[in-house]
Design a binder for this molecule. Structure first.
Ligand code: NOJ
Length: 624
């Protein structure tokens, strides 16, 4: 442990105590001090973002806080574990696997939406924010899961999807009834533009502007009940909420309090930069149409609304918030995550995860590009900001298939290498379910293999209209579809990988479950799972991996990623060979390695000025 610092809540103090028990170097006096503070600390949650900096001993200039030290694991509930044999993952299924997660060592779970939903977009279309999706279980099941998480000293953040609701949410059911309905202004309703005469000679209308939907077609849907259009940036069944209406904002704050009062520890906020819109809805320019996500983000009141949300909700609880920052550039990030801004703690920036993508097409991976992204992040996000680090989630293909090499020869080392990188870089790491097993992309063959609304709509808009040949479309999506990461977790070698006892899961299990599954990996000391677990323990035991400075030693190198993390006298070197061939890498004379801490290939402590790295080898050294 670096030094005793003033923590903000009893649970944080107890976490520190737990960590210090494993730390043989900690002094008995420090332990006593932590214990005393733990019992003197107020039981009520303290204001999360309103701590006077003077009270806190900074670490390398950073204000220490639990969510900076966390390792987050994302659970996509539909695909995690089915407990009742209906082919769909559920909450009791998650509860049954908490020991597995605890053993892995992650300490925050991000749960993708668990709310009542007609599932047009797998739960990202919410019908009732205070109800659990029936397929996932009951509120009692949720409470039991939360209690199980807390018992294991882990925390839970849930998905907050409030840019839009389901069209089956009662606010929208009311809103569409009439122009006078009290809920009318909960959403955006506009008249269409006059269109050409129809075949019957009657006038037609066109959408109010040229905004496209992320899920193909116009972002406006005509509604015959009132002959107006409503806005939906995503599916037709996902109408956008009107945040300019103070009642909408109050509703959102109130539902947030509902879940925080239950004990959840924060939120991952879905497409949060889209909440503020220009109510005039001007047409997008041809330039803006190339990247309309950017045009939709950063609306005129986005910061006001986030600050109001923080004042009204987050500041009253000890929470972690991470925004899905579609359309926010790195340069704009401090305006959301800066300590003094009182908005969100962190955001997801997609520069790295999408660095090898061009729409639905995978581009060759360029290591120098991704390294320059991480370096830029370390330059732009300073001591008063905080970053996230991730290369997978439920909207992207599998980690090892996209950034590693999922061939039989290199799947295991490359999955371990990627884990080494994610868990030693700067920022709170987010792992996605199955990464710890090295789960791979699915061998999609035809459109019937997909479930995702984004794919189905794009198929209609691009393949059925003859714009893209079917084979090209499927060949691209085999590498980039979101469904790659949504196939069920592979628990064991039994039918359907032990995910369900139903004859068929909601989305087919990857056929490679006999080879890649949790049961065999938990039992194998050399598995990706056990290697990841060791890395997590290393990160959690050494604050240098959290608060330490980051330096890329060889930014131009196309196959080797070599960097240091340094905190005072504690310095580590991470060397990653992102190629399948061996590389003899000569260290700069100034870098003096002391001892090998970890390697993904059982290298035996070779400490010389030249690192002979095998294909996809990863090593962590302590430096002198
Ligand atoms: C982002 C979510 O991650 C994605 O899964 C969803 O389809 C859209 N937002 C719409 O909610």
């Amino acid at each position: 442990m670096q030094a005793l610092f003033f923590l903000r809540s009893r649970s944080a103090l107890l976490d520190a105590l737990e960590a210090s028990v494993d730390d043989s170097a900690v002094k008995p006096s420090t332990l006593i001090a932590i214990l005393a503070l733990a019992y003197l600390a107020p039981c009520v949650p303290l204001r999360s973002q309103a701590i006077a900096p003077a009270q806190i001993a900074l670490i390398n200039g950073y204000q220490p806080i639990w969510w900076k030290e966390a390792v987050v694991y994302q659970v996509y509930p539909r695909s995690f574990k089915d407990s009742n044999g209906d082919g769909i993952g559920d909450i009791p299924g998650i509860t049954s696997k908490l020991d597995y997660l605890q053993k892995l060592g992650v300490n925050v779970i991000w749960l993708s939406p668990h709310y009542d939903s007609p599932n047009a977009d797998n739960g990202y279309d919410i019908r009732d924010y205070r109800k659990v999706m029936a397929e996932f279980g009951t509120m009692a099941d949720f409470d039991a899961m939360l209690a199980g998480i807390k018992q294991r000293h882990m925390r839970l953040i849930i998905d907050l999807v409030v840019n839009h609701t389901s069209d089956e949410h009662h606010w929208f059911v009311e809103s569409r009834k009439s122009k006078e309905n009290p809920y009318r202004d909960y959403y955006f309703w506009r008249d269409g533009k006059p269109g050409p005469a129809g075949p019957d000679g009657k006038p037609t209308t066109l959408p109010p502007n040229n905004d496209p939907s992320f899920f193909s077609g116009s972002a406006w849907q005509f509604d015959p009940a009132t002959s107006q259009y409503y806005l939906h940036y995503f599916a037709v069944k996902q109408p956008d909420l009107n945040w300019d209406n103070p009642k909408v904002r109050e509703e959102v704050y109130s539902l947030m309090r509902f879940w925080l009062d239950k004990g959840v520890d924060g939120f991952r906020m879905d497409v949060i930069p889209l909440i503020s819109k220009n109510p005039a809805f001007p047409d997008l320019t041809p330039d803006q149409l190339h990247n309309y996500g950017n045009a939709y983000a950063n609306g005129p009141h986005m910061h006001d609304y986030l600050q109001e949300m923080n004042r009204n909700v987050m500041a009253k609880y000890d929470v972690m918030t991470v925004g899905e920052a579609l359309g926010i550039s790195l340069e704009q990030t401090p305006l959301i995550v800066g300590d003094n801004r009182r908005e969100l703690n962190m955001i997801f920036n997609f520069d790295a995860i999408r660095s090898n993508r061009d729409g639905i097409k995978l581009k060759p991976f360029d290591l120098a590009t991704i390294k320059s992204i991480y370096t830029r992040h370390s330059e732009v996000l300073g001591k008063h900001d905080w970053d996230t680090v991730f290369l997978s989630n439920h909207d992207n293909p599998r980690l090892v298939s996209t950034f590693g090499d999922d061939s039989p020869e290199f799947r295991i080392p490359s999955a371990k290498l990627l884990a080494t990188m994610l868990l030693t870089l700067r920022g709170t790491p987010f792992l996605y379910q199955g990464d710890e097993l090295g789960m791979t992309n699915y061998p999609f063959k035809n459109i019937a293999d997909f479930d995702d609304i984004e794919v189905k709509n794009a198929y209609k808009a691009q393949v059925l209209t003859g714009k893209i040949p079917e084979e090209t479309f499927i060949a691209n999506l085999r590498h980039t579809s979101r469904d790659n990461s949504r196939t069920p977790m592979q628990w064991d070698t039994s039918a359907n990988g032990g995910f369900t006892t139903a004859p068929k899961p909601w989305l087919a299990e990857n056929p490679n479950y006999a080879e890649i599954n949790a049961a065999s990996e938990v039992a194998d000391p050399n598995s990706i799972y056990n290697y990841t677990s060791k890395l997590i323990a290393l990160r959690r035991a050494h604050q240098v991996f959290v608060y330490g400075d980051y330096k890329d030693l060889d930014p131009e190198n196309k196959s080797i990623f070599i960097y240091t993390r340094a905190l005072g006298a504690e310095r580590y070197l991470v060397a990653l060979n992102f190629s399948s061939g061996p590389v003899a890498y000569t260290l700069p004379a100034s870098v003096k390695v002391n001892s090998l801490i970890m390697s993904n290939l059982d290298t035996t402590g070779l400490v010389t000025g030249t690192l002979n790295l095998a294909g996809w080898e990863a090593r962590i050294y302590k430096l002198r």
